[in-house]
Design a protein around this ligand. Structure first.
Ligand code: NAD
Length: 256
């Protein structure tokens, strides 16, 4: 018995990173998964490998959402779960952030999550689940990621409101709030083309040893296990909550 036997779940931003691991784990747990992304080649290859379906879905486009929901219902006849995972990150001080950049981040992280709830919930079976991907920066500040932190705070607000409004149908809505997770987002290619990737990775390792009580970045598979918990019956009495998964980063500061 898989934890998601008989359930149909859309995972956005599933071509790589945390979304990819969520799609893999959910399929292994018996779900029929819809892999949704804008990285078509990668998403299609993953879907083929795990026996899922791929849909091209730019989460900021309402018409893409409508098409994705229709494709899911046509293929499987039902829709029971959504993981709003797609996201982008931009580094800039607030005062240097152009409005276009701010809006680009809000469009994917915040509007994408809103549109996902709006498109999927009316078509979702009663008792379904929605897992939104916020961040530690959805609960605390972090310099140089103002647009991102604002959008991730908004995701926590959307999660709480959606949980209240959908509880009558037994639809549960929660958020995952990861700290640093080892994906392309937290480990981008260095802007310096001559930088040694090994040295860059060692620099990040040193940083996480200093900042994170557990001394390392998280693995995308670890976030996938939290998303599975929130999508399965194991979390049947939990809704409207943000769940931090950060190796202790937000626990407090250490003075020794
Ligand atoms: P990632 O960059 O590897 O994956 C993000 C995925 O989202 C990619 O597949 C990308 O193609 C997709 N995507 C981007 N824009 C999209 C759009 N408009 N429509 C559909 N798909 C789109 O990064 P990740 O770490 O796997 O990020 C997954 C989620 O976790 C994001 O919401 C991110 O903000 C959040 N998060 C990541 C970290 C971290 O340290 N990696 C920490 C906290 C939260």
């Amino acid at each position: 018995m898989g934890k998601l036997d008989g359930r149909v779940v859309i995972v956005t931003g599933a071509a790589r990173g945390q979304g990819e691991q969520e799609a893999r784990l959910f399929a292994a747990e018996g779900a029929r998964v819809v892999v949704a992304d804008v990285l078509d080649d990668r998403g299609e290859a993953l879907a083929k490998e795990i026996g899922a379906r791929y849909v091209h879905l730019d989460v900021g486009r309402e018409e893409d959402w409508r098409a994705a929901v229709t494709a899911t219902k046509d293929a499987y006849g039902q829709l029971d779960g959504l993981v709003n995972n797609a996201g982008i990150l931009r580094f800039n001080s607030l005062l240097d952030t152009p409005v276009d950049e701010f809006m680009q981040v809000v469009r994917v992280n915040q509007v994408g999550c809103f549109l996902g709830i709006k498109a999927v919930a009316p078509e979702m079976s009663d008792g379904g689940t929605i897992v939104n991907t916020s961040s530690c920066t959805g609960l605390t500040g972090m310099a140089a990621v103002g647009a991102y932190a604002a959008s991730k705070h908004a995701v926590v607000g959307l999660t709480r409101v959606a949980a209240l409004e959908l509880a009558g149908r037994g639809i549960r809505v929660n958020a995952v709030c990861p700290g640093a997770v080892d994906t392309a987002m937290s480990n981008p290619a260095s802007p310096d083309p001559d930088a040694d990737p090994e040295q860059t990775a060692k620099g990040l390792d040193r940083l996480y040893r200093k900042l994170v009580p557990l001394g390392r970045a998280g693995r995308p598979e670890e976030v996938a296990r939290l998303a599975l918990f929130l999508t399965s019956q194991d979390s049947s009495y939990i809704t409207g909550q943000p769940f931090v998964i950060d190796g202790g980063w937000l626990a407090g500061v250490s003075v020794i």
